[in-house]
Design a protein around this ligand. Structure first.
Ligand code: ARG
Length: 461
């Protein structure tokens, strides 16, 4: 039989395969709370504008409460032949309250309904992700504080470059996550306008009050153009791009955890709670959560690509293609929730092997820049010449199979007669990091100040 919801001009019903490709209820049921909230706001506006009677409105609002309770109790009879969440809710409402249910859809279309529901859902997803990221930042700050003066090698090209502190390294991620959070907040601002009242695409002839429904749903204002209201999904794309960038940040940190926990590095240890064993090799402690965060980043990026591609060829206004906007967003939100929580857990529990890190910090002539800088400061040498002197010292140490700090004063003076005992003092890892006091630098005093500032910013939110 033809659909009760739109079957007026149809003699026959859809083919089984048509029903299957058309139905979205298996995934868009996740919009139920937003759908019911939107319908309640719409109904309250209809009665306030005298478009429906008070008795009908009371029946509709009561019925929607029952529908919500049924869905939350798991007793709601979801039906695939009713296509989507909107028609499932409305059909059940009709079963519960009869004829007044048919008045709810006055001055509304599923097009503005779904755009409204989805904006509300993405807004909640943004809030959830923001809250999760805040906890991650707190965990990073705690570890950074603990290790504000713990030295480790800083890398470029994954080659030991200059000593840094572990706290400084972790604070780099605090900055990245901070920008991720601000991208989400920014997307939320642009998202927070109400499409409700756009109706199918052209607006409506009924005397609706879009300001009232916008306010009731926590939107800043109604969207200005009805065609735009039902046909853009840029809010979902912004969420997905902010999520993708954040996922890339998490993935890089995850990659570092994989490297740092390897037997070759042994910089950090993860807790038992965030490690798995091997069924054959008893010694193994695998950083599976980090690896999975790295892997799942691909899905989030794929979700962004997939929705961009859905949208790119669509003429205004609504096309059914847009029903396919939801699964990428749901998948990205779920994936981010997992990844952020797992990363927070790993960081909270992480311990640093300070002795190993300190030994590595000095290996590979990482203080060569410090001796060059000393020649500039103390001897007034042009940096390019100082670089050459330091290079010759590295060559000598390398040939002898020792570190820079193991060269005797005489050996150093044979290369540059101006070198004094004071120069030798800059060759330790501790003095190297302590000297990097420039703004944003790795000196422990700077790192501690950066942590304090970050904590203040967080507290002021
Ligand atoms: N399930 C649909 C979606 O998600 C609802 C909108 C249907 N509108 C329509 N004109 N068929 O996009």
């Amino acid at each position: 039989a033809a659909s009760k919801m739109w079957g007026g001009r149809f003699a026959g019903g859809p083919a089984a395969i048509m029903r299957r490709i058309n139905a979205s209820i298996d995934f868009d049921r996740r919009l139920y709370a937003q759908d019911i909230r939107g319908s309640q706001a719409h109904c309250q506006m209809l009665v306030a504008q005298k478009m429906i009677g008070a008795d009908d409105a009371a029946a509709i609002l009561g019925g929607l409460d029952t529908v919500l309770a049924e869905i939350e109790a798991g007793t709601f009879p979801f039906r695939a032949e009713l296509e989507d969440i909107h028609m499932n809710v409305e059909a059940r409402l009709a079963e519960l309250i009869g004829e007044p249910a048919g008045r709810l859809h006055t001055a509304r279309s599923r097009n503005d309904q779904v755009a409204t529901d989805f904006r509300l859902w993405v807004r909640d997803a943004i809030d959830g992700m923001e809250a999760g990221l805040k906890e991650l930042v707190e965990a990073l700050l705690d570890r950074a504080e603990e290790h504000a003066a713990t030295v480790m090698p800083g890398f470029t090209h994954l080659q030991a470059a200059q000593p840094v502190t572990f706290g400084h390294h972790l604070m780099a991620y605090v900055e990245m996550i901070g920008r991720d959070r601000s991208r989400l907040a920014d997307a939320r601002k642009r998202l927070n306008e109400s499409p409700l009242g756009s109706a199918a695409l052209a607006g409506t002839s009924f005397p609706i009050d879009r300001e009232a429904t916008a306010r009731a749903l926590g939107f800043e204002r109604p969207m200005r153009n009805s065609l735009d209201g039902v046909s853009d999904r840029d809010f979902a794309l912004e969420f997905l791009s902010a999520a993708s960038i954040c996922a890339v940040h998490l993935s890089r940190l995850a990659e570092e955890l994989v490297i740092w926990t390897s037997a070759q590095f042994r910089f950090v240890s993860l807790s038992d709670a965030f490690t798995t064993g091997s069924s054959i090799m008893p010694q193994k402690r695998n950083p599976d959560a980090a690896e999975l965060i790295r892997a799942k980043t691909g899905r989030v990026i794929g979700d962004l690509a997939s929705l961009l591609i859905v949208m790119k060829g669509l003429p205004l206004a609504y096309s059914k293609d847009m029903q396919d906007d939801k699964e990428p967003v749901f998948e990205a939100a779920d994936t981010m929730e997992l990844a952020i929580s797992a990363m927070t857990g790993m960081i909270r529990d992480l311990t640093a092997n300070e002795a190993v890190m300190a030994a590595a910090a000095g290996a590979g002539f990482t203080t060569a820049t410090d001796i060059a800088d000393w020649c500039v400061r103390a001897l007034g040498m042009p940096f390019r010449r100082a670089h050459h002197v330091a290079g010759s010292l590295v060559k000598l140490a390398e040939d002898k199979g020792v570190g820079l700090e193991d060269l005797s004063l005489d050996e150093m003076r044979a290369i540059e007669p101006g070198i004094t005992a004071e120069a030798q003092a800059v060759l330790t890892v501790a003095s190297s990091v302590a000297s990097r006091t420039s703004q944003g630098g790795t000196a422990p005093v700077r790192v501690r100040a950066a942590i304090a500032e970050a904590r203040t910013r967080l507290a002021e939110e």
